[in-house]
Design a protein. Structure first.
Length: 47
């Protein structure tokens, strides 16, 4: 029982953090100035 509870708790935390990341990600991307750091990784990520 304890193991199962731990697993469910971890899963809930993971879902919460994932939701927050999904909400914050676009803002973080927009906040990053493109002209300051033009990297191929960022360019490929946006497309």
């Amino acid at each position: 029982m304890t193991r199962l509870a731990q697993r469910s708790r971890d899963r809930n935390i993971e879902n919460k953090t994932r939701g927050w990341i999904e909400k914050i990600r676009p803002f973080a991307v927009f906040k990053q100035p493109r002209h300051v750091r033009p990297t191929p990784m960022a360019a490929s990520r946006t497309t």
